[in-house]
Design a protein around this ligand. Structure first.
Ligand SMILES: Nc1nc2c(ncn2[C@@H]2O[C@H](COP(=O)(O)OP(=O)(O)OP(=O)(O)O)[C@@H](O)[C@H]2O)c(=O)[nH]1
Ligand SMILES: [Mg+2]
Length: 300
C-alpha cells in the first residue's frame, strides 16, 4: 500500500519553491514569508488559514527552528486524530451513511471501510443505495464479493431510502456489526437531491432507532479548496460526523485539509491513498504534515 509520503508527493512538489526558501533561511525574512504564504495558498491552504499558520510559526523561541514551528502549527490546525471506529467490532450495530458529489470516491470508500472492519474481525454489510444508475448498485456488488461481505441493494430506480431501510433491517437479522450505506453522487446545490439524502437518513432511523450513527462526507482531494464549500452544504443538509478525504495520492492541492478544522470543525476520519481495497488509512495529522514538509534535499 502507498504510504503518506508517496501519496503526498504531488502536494509536496507544489510547495517546493516555498519550502526551499524556508529551509535556506534560518529565520525567514519578509520575502521568504511571502513566498511561503503564496506557496501554501497554491497548494489550496485557505488564505486565512495560511496567514494564521505563518503568524503562529513566527513566534519562534530560542532553540527552535522556523520549520519546526510551522510543522507544529500545522499539526495543531489539524486537531487530534479521531478514533478509528472500524478498528474493532462494536457491541451495537453502527449505521454509517456515505455522501458526496459525483465521482468523489464513495463506492470505493464504502468497500474500503467494509474491508477494514472485516480485517478487524467484524462483520460488515454494504448497502447499495445508489439506485440512480444500474451500474451504481452493480459496482458495489462487485466490491462486496471482493471484500468479501454481504451486500443489500435494489433495482435501478428504486427508492434509495427503501433500499437503505431494508439493508439496515437485514443487518439486524444477520448479526452484522456495521452497515455502510453507499449513496448516489449528488450536487450539493441541488435541493431535490439533498432532500433525498435527508430522506435516506430518516429512513435508516426508522429501521433502527439512533441511526445513522455516522454521516461521513467523501471529498475528492484533487479538487482542493472547493471541497470545503461542498462540505458546508452537505453539513447543512445532514449534520456530518466526519470527513473522508479520498484520492489524496493524486492531489497537488491537499493543503485544503489544513483548513478543514478551522473552517468546519468536522474531523477527518480516513484518507484514501489509492484505488485498492486496502488503500484507506485512519487520518494521521503527524504523518500528513511530515509528508508535506519533510522534504529531503534532492527532492524539493
Ligand atoms: N487514486 C485514487 N483513486 C481513487 C480513490 N478513491 C476512489 N478513487 C477512484 O475514483 C474514481 C471514482 O470512484 P467511485 O468510488 O466510483 O466514486 P463515487 O463517488 O462512488 O462515484 P459516483 O457513484 O459516480 O458518484 C474511481 O476510478 C476510483 O478508483 C483514492 O483514494 N485514490
Ligand atoms: Mg458510486
Amino acid at each position: 500500500m502507498m504510504g503518506w509520503r508517496n501519496a503526498l508527493s504531488r502536494t509536496r512538489r507544489a510547495m517546493a519553491e516555498g519550502l526551499r526558501a524556508l529551509f535556506r533561511a534560518g529565520r525567514p525574512d519578509e520575502r521568504t514569508m511571502e513566498t511561503l504564504e503564496e506557496t501554501l495558498i497554491r497548494a489550496d491552504v485557505p488564505p486565512r488559514v495560511a496567514s494564521a499558520l505563518l503568524e503562529e510559526a513566527r513566534q519562534v523561541r530560542e532553540g527552535e527552528s522556523f520549520s519546526d514551528r510551522l510543522s507544529a502549527a500545522m499539526k495543531r490546525a489539524l486537531g487530534a486524530p479521531s478514533p478509528d471506529l472500524l478498528s474493532a467490532p462494536q457491541g451495537a450495530i453502527r449505521v454509517i451513511l456515505l455522501a458526496g458529489v459525483n465521482g468523489a470516491g464513495k463506492t470505493t470508500t464504502a468497500a474500503k471501510l467494509a474491508r477494514r472492519l472485516l480485517k478487524a474481525g467484524g462483520k460488515p454489510l454494504l448497502a447499495a443505495a445508489d439506485t440512480f444508475r444500474a451500474a451504481g448498485s452493480q459496482q458495489l456488488q462487485i466490491w462486496a464479493e471482493r471484500v468479501p461481505c454481504e451486500c443489500v441493494g435494489g433495482p435501478m430506480g428504486a427508492d434509495p431510502a427503501a433500499v437503505a431501510f431494508d439493508a439496515v433491517r437485514a443487518s439486524v437479522s444477520r448479526g452484522a456489526h456495521a452497515v455502510i450505506v453507499d449513496t448516489a453522487g449528488r450536487m450539493h446545490t441541488r435541493d431535490a437531491l439533498m432532500a433525498e439524502l435527508q430522506k435516506v437518513g430518516r429512513s435508516v432511523g426508522k429501521a433502527l432507532p439512533g441511526a445513522p450513527h455516522e454521516v461521513w462526507l467523501v471529498l475528492d482531494a484533487t479538487i482542493g479548496a472547493n471541497a470545503l464549500s461542498q462540505a458546508r452544504h452537505f453539513h447543512a443538509t445532514l449534520p456530518l460526523t466526519g470527513l473522508i478525504v479520498a484520492k489524496l495520492d493524486g492531489s497537488a492541492k491537499a493543503g485544503f485539509v489544513l483548513g478543514i478544522r478551522r473552517e468546519l470543525n468536522i474531523p477527518v476520519r480516513y484518507a484514501g491513498l489509492g484505488e485498492g481495497m486496502d488503500d484507506l488509512v485512519p487520518f494521521d495529522p503527524d504523518a500528513f504534515v511530515q509528508a508535506i514538509l519533510g522534504a529531503s534535499e534532492g527532492e524539493v
